[in-house]
Design a protein around this ligand. Structure first.
Ligand code: ITT
Length: 194
């Protein structure tokens, strides 16, 4: 188990992940909703499943049982229409193996794709998930310097990839899922504070 970033400050909520890019985006998005979130960098075991929801739920239970504090985890994936939804739940492995050029080499005319994000919250009393997706298409070549699939994903109504646009954190799958989480979480906090 690695150290918590930003210690010694303690947070009411932690994002547990091995992926610092996801944390950086989550931190920025939640900050815009007035929520502070700490980072617990941890390699969560990812079960083999075709269901992002199930993968996210298992990650959340692992994370909570390690940290014993309110946590969120995320399972995200890129789903490409002409590849029957591939890489989907295998997005992390596929990125590490064939990468963006490997994906580009598999595609022909139909380039429709979507990103899905599942944010899963867990504390000692409660377990809840929030789902979001953003549709778009895969670019012809890699464009821009971003992490993961950002240089090849062009969201609907945009001409540039996630790696090139400044607005990623106000339109992305992660933003939409975290926005849903936020309205639930703030309501729950208000009720608990009464
Ligand atoms: P944790 O499970 O430890 O949180 P991970 O990197 O495995 O980290 P995911 O399973 O959620 O996270 O995501 C799978 C992969 O999908 C991720 O490694 C990236 O390559 C890609 N990905 C997810 N969201 C992305 C985004 O917003 N932009 C670009 N690529 C993304």
């Amino acid at each position: 188990m690695k150290a918590v970033e930003d210690m010694p400050q303690l947070y009411d909520l932690y994002f547990v992940s091995s992926n610092k890019h996801k944390y950086d985006e989550t931190k920025q998005i939640l900050k815009s909703f007035g929520i502070s979130v700490g980072f617990y960098k941890y390699e969560l075991e990812e079960i083999q499943s075709s269901s992002l929801k199930l993968i996210a739920a298992k990650k959340a239970f692992q994370a909570f049982s390690k940290l014993k504090k309110p946590i969120i985890v995320e399972d995200a994936g890129l789903f490409i229409d002409s590849l029957g939804g591939f890489p989907g739940p295998y997005s992390s492995y596929v990125f590490k193996t064939i990468g963006n050029n490997g994906i580009l080499n598999l595609l022909n005319k139909n380039r429709k794709a979507k990103f899905i994000s599942i944010i899963h919250y867990c504390d000692q009393n409660c377990s809840k998930h929030f789902v979001a997706e953003i549709t778009g298409k895969i670019s012809q070549i890699q464009q821009g310097k971003g992490w993961g699939y950002d240089p090849i994903f062009i969201p609907k109504n945009f001409k540039q990839t996630f790696a090139e646009i400044l607005d990623k954190n106000i339109v992305s799958h992660r933003y939409i899922a975290l926005k849903k989480f936020t309205s639930w979480y703030l309501h729950k906090k208000k009720q608990n504070d009464r």
